[in-house]
Design a protein around this ligand. Sequence first.
Ligand SMILES: Nc1ncnc2c1ncn2[C@@H]1O[C@H](COP(=O)(O)OP(=O)(O)O)[C@@H](O)[C@H]1O
Ligand SMILES: [Mg+2]
Length: 554
Amino acid sequence: MPDQEEFAFKAGPEGAQPVPRKARSAAKSPPEPRVRPTATDLAKGQRDISVSEFFAKNRHLLGFDNPSKALLTTVKEGVDNALDACEEAGILPDVRVEIREISETRFQVAIEDNGPGIVRAQVPKIFGSLLYGSKFHRLRQSRGQQGIGISAAGMYGLLTTGKPISIRTRTQAKKPAHHLELVIDTKRNEPRVKLDETCEWEKPHGTRVEIELEGAYRGGQHSVDAYIRQISLANPHAQITYVPPRAEEHGAEHVFPRVTNEVPPETREIKPHPYGVELGVLMQMFRDTKARNVSSCLQNDFSRISSRTAAEICKRAKVATTRRPSEIEREEAERLHQAIQATKIMAPPLDCIAPIGGELIERALRAEVKADFYTSISRRASVYRGNPFLIEVGIAYGGSLPSEEPVTVYRFANRVPLQYQQGGCAITKAVASTDWKAYELQHPKGAVPVGPMLIMVHMASVWVPFTSESKEAVAHYPEIIKEMRLALQECGRLMAIYIRRCKREADEAKKRAYIEKYIPQVAIGLQQILGFSDRDRDQVVSNLTQVLERSRSN
Ligand SMILES: Nc1ncnc2c1ncn2[C@@H]1O[C@H](COP(=O)(O)OP(=O)(O)O)[C@@H](O)[C@H]1O
Ligand SMILES: [Mg+2]
């Protein structure tokens, strides 16, 4: 928690300025009898807090806690949306990321996609208000969830540079492209449109978002460069073009080509599974439902409840199936909630998850890392708190990977790389708690193993349980960690077979070289002791060499 303890924020057009608390309270007058405010006085200060005001102050919750992370988060939010939009529309994504350095601390980020575009009327809400989006109210696998991604990036840009967010978008070749510039009014969490015009654009459909922000461009595992490499690894169907800042130093344009031409299968939206529902949510569902009675409410609003199961739940809860949902009392809801947990209900449908697939993971790994051995696994879907999820693991071993360092772990959730909070992530826990010594690696207790290995772990789910809004780490659900470990073990076993084979082969090669070296000596010895002719001696050499060769081909 960096800012809030020591600083209060004064947000102005030129950005948030920290004002030390001490300075604010410096002008203390001599002690006076303190007049305590009354409830009426307090009431004057009480008002709604807009969600944007809240997140402007608590920007670290969304991943904007320092300049280099802010740059990464902005790129990430833009790319997430670009990929989500393309996939929903069934388009092979072609995403361009440009970072232009304006000064050492200021950058302009542009993310351009060939997606379906955005209807003009929606643009201000999407980019100029927080918690507005299409993904929050549904259970479906996508990168975005909360509807605070891109608008938060725009807000951060506005706070730090005073510049509006610029959007260019087009939905069809027949229709004109629109260019809008807008800012977010943080007090009201509403957009203010600064520019709205139609424009020329060579793209038949797609969206380009430009944000100017205070940032820092750094290398290392948290960098934008690392992100781009990893996002292309987990999205083998996407072509990503990356234009880093300072082209003279970093190269002008890096293209990460797609390794498959198939868009991932469309994921289905599902209804919540009853096992995951909390009491308060259940009560809200009874209030909101269109169903006339409890039985049909349970059947329609949840997945996997048949009329028989609904009857069983009601019977157990001693609530009539015909009862009107809106009239259900709290005690009845509580009994129903308990009855749900006690009733055997089929697991949720699992075909709502689109894994990357073992084969594509391996292909992507081959394109990205030079190693000697690759393996991967895409496990069957499983369930946590009523939410279906699926774990995939890819491993690259040997080759150019450093052998004396802790292995590299790439973490992904719904195809998005997680680069921060490694220590607090369920993926790291699963890797560290797997017994890698059994798979021929060094493994310091409680840490990740050491060796020439890169591990990639992907969790796909209709709802990934992140530890915070900035979506940096997966929460420690035992069901999830168990699946991860099973996947790691499966890959680990295959890798161990490979490592043991290599060791055996190296051992054998050493022995052979030894024997090969001594065959002529043996022949010379035999010649001297038994009086062989030179021909016999050469024959012995050739026979023994042949025996050795024959054993090799076996
Ligand atoms: N590049 C884009 N193309 C099409 N639609 C987009 C694009 N970017 C954002 N959207 C729409 O705007 C919504 C809000 O985006 P965002 O604030 O990032 O929240 P989230 O992705 O969590 O829903 C998305 O749900 C999506 O419907
Ligand atoms: Mg988003």
